[in-house]
Design a protein around this ligand. Structure first.
Ligand code: T6T
Length: 354
């Protein structure tokens, strides 16, 4: 079932897909067929629901594009849903409603590492195969987690910011909401990474509630209390976007260095205008693609993957690297048609593996 997919802007290395298949093949059977529906035998497509962390976030839009590409290729049905805000009190009832509709598998980016454990357990108890994508819960009940290595991402951010500020000066983190596993880990990796730079003063972090406007206010206040601020790390798209807006409004582009996690369209504009110095782009298309691919593999073999922590990579986007097609293909999209439009050439077609 593994195939090369080569889009103009997206390429999934066949070795990784084969690796994921092989990993599943080497795994052990965890669920009996009574627990999971053996739909392949009934010749019905698997129904998979992707529950995003939040709707309208280009990171999750790009993830959904990858999930849809894999679903199309593997003949599965995909539905995409998500809460309006990053908030477990919104995501939990949404998950319950999805469970009522009895899909074969759910891919979910849990909004909170603790609060989403029980709702996910309910889905599993209903016989649905649950994979976490991007964020995770503090329990190993999901079949697997497919995500970036977020601690490593934080370390990369620390190193990038340290280099930008000449390894000296005050730095500050604009984070999102405590309890989101990914951004918790990015901050953790960042602060760990700073330990290598004795002349950098760590001013800690504040939480933006995943809201750009709040992130901008936080940075405005910080510029008042620490006018000699040297650098900022924004741990996700909204926090980083808002932080950069504050720097631009204060006319401090280039003086206060900004390293932003993620690579949404507005973040790319901020990089191109010189307000932001580096973007750490995740590979959400790959996360979605591999999530569906692993779910189909799991459902059709009834065998748990040997690899339950699957990590995708990063691309560091700077003014110098942004035009490199190997980097540019990882910039996030607001709509999958942006990928389809860019991929109208023959090389954009999904081609079966030899
Ligand atoms: O950074 C991504 C995602 O990885 C994180 O879990 C939540 O925020 C984003 O969706 C970006 O807004």
């Amino acid at each position: 079932m593994s195939r090369d997919i080569c889009w103009k802007h997206r390429h999934i290395d066949r070795r990784r897909l084969v690796g994921a298949s092989a990993a599943a093949g080497l795994g052990i059977t965890l669920f009996g067929t009574a627990g999971l529906r053996a739909r392949a035998a009934q010749d019905e497509p698997y129904r998979i629901v992707l529950i995003q962390g939040v709707t309208g976030d280009e990171f999750y839009v790009s993830m959904a594009c990858g999930a849809q590409a894999a679903a199309d290729e593997l003949g599965a049905e995909l539905e995409v849903q998500g809460p309006e805000r990053f908030d477990a009190t919104l995501q939990a009832p949404l998950l319950s409603a999805v469970v009522q509709s009895a899909p074969d598998a759910i891919l979910i980016a849990p909004n909170d590492r603790a609060a989403m454990i029980a709702p996910i357990q309910e889905a599993i108890d209903a016989g649905i195969a649950v994979f976490t994508v991007d964020t995770f819960i503090d329990s190993d009940i999901a079949v697997a987690n497919i995500a970036s290595d977020n601690v490593e991402g934080g370390r990369i951010a620390a190193q990038a910011l340290a280099e930008l500020i000449g390894e000296t000066g005050k730095v500050f983190v604009v984070n999102t909401i405590p309890g989101i596993s990914t951004t918790d880990q990015r901050a953790e990796g960042f602060f760990e990474g700073l330990a290598d730079y004795p002349d950098i003063v760590d001013l800690g972090q504040e939480y933006s509630n995943n809201d750009s406007t709040q992130a901008a206010s936080i940075v405005n206040a910080r510029l008042q209390s620490d006018p000699d601020l040297a650098g900022i790390f924004g741990t996700n798209l909204f926090s980083a976007q808002g932080a950069a807006v504050a720097i631009e409004q204060a006319g401090l582009q280039g003086e206060v260095k900004v390293v932003s996690f993620d690579a949404g369209p507005t973040q790319v504009e901020q990089l191109e205008s010189g307000t932001v110095d580096a973007l750490i782009a995740q590979h959400p298309f790959d996360i979605g693609y591999m999530g569906v691919q692993m779910a189909v593999e799991f459902l059709s073999t009834d065998t748990a993957p040997a690899e339950t922590e699957v990590t995708t990579g990063y691309s560091i986007v700077t003014e110098e690297t942004i035009d490199d097609p190997e980097i540019a293909r990882y910039l996030y999209v607001a709509d999958c048609s942006e990928i389809a439009a860019a991929g109208a050439s023959p090389e954009a077609e999904a081609t079966p593996a030899a």
